[in-house]
Write a protein that binds this ligand. Structure first.
Ligand code: AMP
Ligand code: MG
Length: 403
């Protein structure tokens, strides 16, 4: 076999993840396009949104109640004269005159506080009788009023959120073009889902699970179908895949005689950043680049494919989609029943997180190896087992990766 990447580089999980993150940090931003605000949901904003005026634009009441002078409430209960009512959306001309000492104005949540008043007392602590209101609880100056401009000043750059875009009056926004991700399954035993598989054949599920993950990470899947385990047709399809923003291959990266993916990529001049990671499932995962196009060779076992996409391909795809980098972090839950495993590899085992509020607990989703799609479908997280652990007792805290 010619032109295999030399030497093969098998990294620890952390090393491999950092290699991908390093490349993701250098990925060029995509082309921008303008879309209507509603169509921008789920897209990545390409430009910051600035406030078009102060937020809130006026002193806004946060509660239904009475706008008054806090200093009037030193001796309780106290009875004040009600000089008017202020609804949300009230025009300035409709506001009562300045609230003086001994006076109050009825006010609704979201309405502008009148001059003179420095606090709102909640309606629950008052009783109204005719034009007079009796207040039974004190408030501090500023209570229940949001100062004008306290959320954002005009011109200030706001965070990226559709609600912010809407609140500053943008009807369309600039977003990044979604990256196109070529998905190519390989294997002589794989048939398309519309075909009737022979007893020795397997339906192509990986292309579909990857398409779902690609969409979720902000990409547009481009289905290239199935490549036979033969160098010439495989090479033709890989060349086609390298025309897209990212190429994902599944299968054909193990040590078998017909695992040709790395060989064909090497013939195309690929640079390999790693050709394996000390993880299970997914050990033979490959990451590299042909000229400026990145590819991942993901192992063909369906769970390996899904896990290695999450761990390695997702951060690069998110970077191509214009998203800010996020570090991978695990959360913790108590293990419900003992896990026995072998040392040497970091394991990502399909898990079932259950329990309410502070009682989260997790157990294995009862899987039978990297091909057990049913266990994967039952699971809602991965239990992460460090490479030096052989046995983890029930009741121990374990790391989990949510999905
Ligand atoms: P490979 O990585 O090519 O050695 O494949 C490992 C295992 O995954 C084999 O049992 C394959 O039949 C299975 N497999 C490979 N590709 C797919 C696919 N596209 N869909 C479902 N299973 C697959
Ligand atoms: Mg194969």
């Amino acid at each position: 076999m010619a032109a295999l990447p030399q030497p093969p580089s098998i990294l620890t999980f952390e090393e491999a993840r950092h290699v991908v993150e390093g490349h993701a940090a250098q990925v060029q931003p995509q082309i921008k396009e303008k879309v209507e605000l509603f169509a921008s949901i789920g897209r990545v904003l390409a430009e910051p949104i600035a406030a078009d005026r102060d937020y809130p634009p006026f002193r806004r009441a946060m509660r239904d109640g009475y706008a008054l002078r806090a200093a009037d409430l030193t001796n309780l209960p106290v009875t004040l004269e009600v000089i008017g009512e202020i609804k949300a959306g009230a025009e300035p001309a409709a506001l009562p005159r300045e609230v003086a000492a001994g006076q109050a104005a009825a006010i609704m949540t979201g309405a502008p506080a009148p001059d003179g008043a420095d606090a709102v007392v909640m309606v629950e602590y008052t009783s109204l009788s005719g034009q007079r209101v009796t207040v039974t609880r004190a408030v501090g100056s500023g209570d229940n009023i949001v100062a004008a401009g306290s959320e954002a000043r005009k011109g200030q750059v706001l965070l990226h959120h559709v609600a912010l875009a809407a609140s500053v009056g943008l009807q369309s926004v600039s977003v990044f073009r979604r990256p196109e991700v070529a998905i190519l399954s390989t294997g002589d035993e794989i048939v398309e889902i519309g075909e009737r598989p022979g007893p020795h054949q397997i339906r192509n599920s990986n292309s579909y699970s990857l398409a779902a993950q690609v969409q979720d990470a902000g990409g547009v899947p481009k289905m290239l179908g199935i490549a036979r385990d033969e160098a010439v047709p495989l090479r033709r399809l890989i060349e086609q895949g390298l025309k897209h923003d990212l190429l994902l291959l599944t299968g054909g990266v193990s040590m078998g005689r017909y695992d040709l993916v790395e060989q064909v990529l090497a013939e195309l001049g690929a640079e390999f950043f790693f050709t394996g990671a000390q993880i299970q499932p997914g050990r033979p995962v490959v990451f590299g680049r042909v000229q400026e196009r990145y590819f991942f060779g993901l192992p063909g076992n369906p769970i390996s494919t899904m896990v290695t996409f999450e761990l390695f391909a997702r951060p690069l795809l998110e970077a191509l989609a214009g998203m800010a980098a996020r570090e991978l972090s695990f959360v913790h839950a108590r293990l419900k029943s003992e896990i026995k495993t072998k040392t040497g590899l970091r394991r990502f085992l399909p898990g079932l997180l259950s329990g309410e509020f502070e009682q989260a607990e997790v157990e294995l989703a009862g899987w039978h190896g990297s091909g057990d799609v049913a266990a994967m479908a039952r699971s809602n997280c991965y239990i992460v087992i460090p490479p030096d652990r052989e046995r983890i007792a029930a009741g121990e805290w374990v790391a989990i990766l949510m999905r």
